[in-house]
Structures are given as C-alpha cells and as structure tokens.
Design a protein around this ligand. Structure first.
Ligand SMILES: CC(C)(COP(=O)(O)OP(=O)(O)OC[C@H]1O[C@@H](n2cnc3c(N)ncnc32)[C@H](O)[C@@H]1OP(=O)(O)O)[C@@H](O)C(=O)NCCC(=O)NCCS
Length: 172
C-alpha cells in the first residue's frame, strides 16, 4: 500500500534498500533523543529494527517508510494499532513534513482501519512531537513517570489520544 501526499510518498519498508538511509537517521543522538532506545550503534541494530517493521502482521499494524523526492527521510505509522510512531531525519525537520506524513497515516487509520482511537506515548520534553500532535487535534489523556529505561536513564511519558469524531470535526 502506498500513500501519496502533496510532497511525500509513504510506502512499505524494503529492509535492505532502506538500511543505509534509516541507519544514518537512527545513529544520530539528535533524532533518537526521545526514542525508546539509544541511538543505533551499528547497522545490525537498524537491520533488526527494519526486519521487525517488515514483519508487522497486517491485522495488527501498518508502518510506512517516508520518501521526499525519492529520498528516504523517515517513517510514520502504527507498529501496533492504535499506537502511532514517527521519526524523521533532522535535516528535514521544521518544514511540516512530519505533520504531513502523520496526518496521512491518521486519516488512513480512521478511514480504512476504522480505529476507534489513535494514541501516542511521548516524552514530555519532546516539544516538537507534542506540538505536532496538538496541531492534529490530539489531546493529553494522562502522564506517567519512569515508563522507559533508555540506556541508563529513566524517561517519563505523556499520553495523547484522538478519536474519529474529533478528527471528523477538525477536517469538516
Ligand atoms: C517530532 C518530529 C517528527 C517533528 O518533526 P518536524 O519536522 O519538526 O515537524 P513539523 O515540521 O511537522 O512541525 C511540527 C510542529 O512542531 C513545531 N516544532 C518543531 N520543533 C519544535 C521545538 N523544538 N519546540 C517546539 N515546537 C517545535 C513546529 O513549529 C510545528 O508546529 P507548527 O505547525 O505550529 O508550526 C521530529 O522532531 C522527529 O523526528 N524527532 C525524532 C523522533 C521523535 O521524537 N519522534 C516522536 C516520538 S513520540
């Protein structure tokens, strides 16, 4: 399944082809500052991560590699419904591309997969991610301390959710 937005192509992962570009993103401390794991130390870590993405059972999730002008710039989708996840190359941050991609997968989540809600688990320090979700109409539901042990550091979570009703109102 391929999704096209005004600037982007979202398509299924091709693990070997996507390895160099995704590793270049996932080895960067800046890109991984609020991820659930430390930056990838070597290509094998990214290879395993891509293999997991390729193995998502269609009934349980749907995740996409995102391309801008034939270049891989990140990923967006549901590793498991209804949990949203996205990660983009710092070189392209701040142009609304993440928002464009996330908007497309959320729209598909509601329209095609008929999800009763979409949710996200964000590090409270991740201002860009929180802003992106709020701009799409997500609302904070609750917070929890010490949810992820990333390397040696415990990180907290703020949870966001969006219902199809709120989404329809926003796009009406
Ligand atoms: C979160 C992430 C996808 C946002 O990417 P981005 O390219 O900055 O996103 P966009 O350009 O679509 O901008 C999203 C909004 O955040 C705002 N924003 C960007 N950086 C910000 C910052 N450091 N502080 C506050 N707001 C910020 C933008 O201005 C924009 O708001 P606007 O629509 O009101 O202008 C990107 O930072 C990323 O990939 N981070 C690493 C992975 C990650 O943390 N994923 C989320 C896990 S929950």
């Amino acid at each position: 399944m391929t999704i096209r937005t005004p600037r982007l192509v979202l398509r299924p992962v091709r693990p070997e082809d996507d390895l160099p570009a995704m590793h270049r993103i996932m080895r960067q401390p800046r890109a991984m500052a609020y991820w659930s794991t430390p930056p990838h130390a070597n290509e094998d870590e990214t290879r395993e991560w891509l293999a997991n993405m390729a193995d998502i059972p269609a009934a349980l999730g749907e995740d996409f590699i995102v391309e801008l002008e034939d270049r891989v710039i990140g990923k967006a989708g549901f590793y498991r419904f209804p949990d949203l996840g996205y990660l983009f190359d710092p070189d392209v941050w701040g142009q609304g591309l993440a928002r464009e991609a996330v908007e497309a997968v959320v729209a598909r989540g509601f329209a095609v997969h008929r999800l009763p809600r979409v949710q996200a688990d964000v590090d409270p320090r991740n201002k860009a991610s929180i802003r992106l979700l709020e701009r799409l109409g997500f609302v904070e539901t609750h917070r929890q301390a010490r949810t992820w042990l990333v390397g040696e550091e415990w990180c907290d979570s703020v949870y966001f959710a969006l219902t199809p009703e709120a989404w329809d109102q926003r796009t009406a």
